[in-house]
Design a protein around this ligand. Structure first.
Ligand SMILES: Cc1cc2nc3c(=O)[nH]c(=O)nc-3n(C[C@H](O)[C@H](O)[C@H](O)COP(=O)(O)OP(=O)(O)OC[C@H]3O[C@@H](n4cnc5c(N)ncnc54)[C@H](O)[C@@H]3O)c2cc1C
Length: 378
């Protein structure tokens, strides 16, 4: 199947299987079982996993276009395969051959879904402050700790989990390692969080109590590489979040167009009032700029090498564009924008997650600044 065929198949799926059900599933915060099965059938859980391991092997540029389409209809769905694919990318890029063979085919088919577990109750941005421990125990490890806000925490089975293997390491990151862990004795989901938006997808705690695993669960088989491996894999996650931002910004623009051309004040459609036109023009320009930055970041990722500058710029701009456009679309709707009967209220509740998850906007700015200095050192 060509990339165009895949994009067409995604469009058809969204129109038939998702669009008619979004409002009900979202308002009732229902995990969309049938839609997830459909996404698995489309191959989305293996979108960026190589065909050698059963995936579609799509370039990030095509992946970003899929994510934009999905988020334009329902952003939460893009979260169900995002951190799953980040975990898969960690295994594919840094795992051992045995780990790739053991996990990637089932992850690609969606038979095993999962995510990425970094955040803990006391820290999210400051990952070096994590407290979860993996202690050597015979020929394996004993893991203890709590992860929080983990996407797919309830419905996922397999997670890439960042832990400390040496809490006294200096520098700290040399004592951090990533494991690929499956629920079982000593590893279970904790409570599910109630959220402003981003409904349908579950965000939950993961609790590890004397969870014993063999050493083959250590990604790449070497301790001390967890943080760089995570940060590298997060570049794909930032492309996903940026593309979600484009999708939400575009959806807000679509809704603003619809309302402003249908509704009249003082004898003409709102879209013919200059004040509304300025809003629509700004929204459209922001959306297109976000799309171009996201495509550029995805293309840079596909060329290889580190792309934290490009992916952070795209993530920062596109997520802020989604927040701004969703508020502007609400204004264009007047009082109806505040009603649960129109999609803009959902966009307005969903968009703020994008400026938090995968690193806040403040953190993206810090990454961008550091990269600029590094690449332009005098
Ligand atoms: C719905 C949802 C889903 C999530 N899914 C996942 C997931 O699947 N896996 C996972 O591991 N995590 C997940 N998270 C957690 C998310 O990644 C963190 O919330 C995020 O990284 C911010 O961390 P924090 O909440 O601890 O905020 P904090 O780190 O406490 O930050 C609070 C504020 O301080 C600012 N700040 C912090 N440090 C600095 C600094 N050095 N300089 C300037 N400003 C700073 C931040 O920008 C922010 O504005 C999810 C969160 C949500 C809400």
């Amino acid at each position: 199947m060509s990339d165009t065929d895949i994009l067409d198949a995604v469009d058809r799926f969204l129109d038939r299987e998702v669009r008619p059900h979004v409002t009900r599933l979202e308002h009732d915060d229902i995990w969309p079982e049938e839609i997830v099965a459909g996404m698995a059938e489309l191959g989305l859980f293996g979108a960026t996993i190589s065909p050698n391991h059963g995936g579609l092997g799509l370039p990030a540029a095509t992946y970003a276009r899929i994510v934009e389409r999905v988020a334009r209809v329902w952003m939460s769905l893009a979260g169900i395969f995002n951190s799953h694919l980040i975990a898969a990318a960690m295994v594919e890029r840094f795992g051992t051959e045995a780990q790739k063979r053991a996990f990637l085919p089932e992850m690609a088919s969606g038979a095993k879904r999962g995510g990425l577990a970094l955040t803990e109750p006391d820290c999210g941005t400051d990952l070096q402050a994590i407290r979860m421990r993996a202690v050597r125990d015979g020929d394996g490890y004993l893991l203890n700790g709590t992860k929080t806000w983990i996407s797919n925490g309830l419905h996922g089975q397999v997670f890439a989990v960042l832990v400390k293997t040496d809490p006294n390491a200096d520098p700290v990151h040399r004592g951090m390692s990533a494991f690929l862990l499956e629920k079982g004795p000593g590893f279970a989901a904790g409570r599910k969080f109630e959220k402003l938006g981003y409904k349908g997808i579950d965000s939950a705690e993961l609790i590890f109590e004397d969870h014993r695993v063999g050493a083959e669960r250590l990604i790449g088989g070497v301790e001390g590489k967890g943080l760089p491996h995570t940060l590298a894999a997060l570049e794909l996650g930032r492309i996903n979040v940026a593309a979600r931002g484009v999708g939400v910004a575009q959806a807000a623009l679509d809704e603003a167009h619809r309302n402003s051309q249908n509704r009249k004040t003082v004898g003409k459609p709102i879209s013919e009032h200059q004040a509304s036109q300025i809003k629509l023009a700004d929204m459209a320009t922001r959306t297109e700029a976000a799309r171009l930055l996201t495509n550029a970041a995805a293309e840079a990722y596909d060329r290889g090498g580190r792309t934290s500058l490009e992916t952070s710029m795209a993530k920062l701009f596109a997520s802020e564009a989604a927040v701004e456009n969703s508020l502007e679309a609400m204004r264009v709707h007047g009082g109806y924008g505040y009603s649960k009967e129109f999609p803009v209220e959902r966009l307005y509740r969903d968009a703020p997650l994008l400026v938090i998850g995968e690193g806040t906007s403040e953190v993206q700015r810090l990454v961008i600044a550091r990269q600029l200095i590094e690449r332009n050192s005098v």
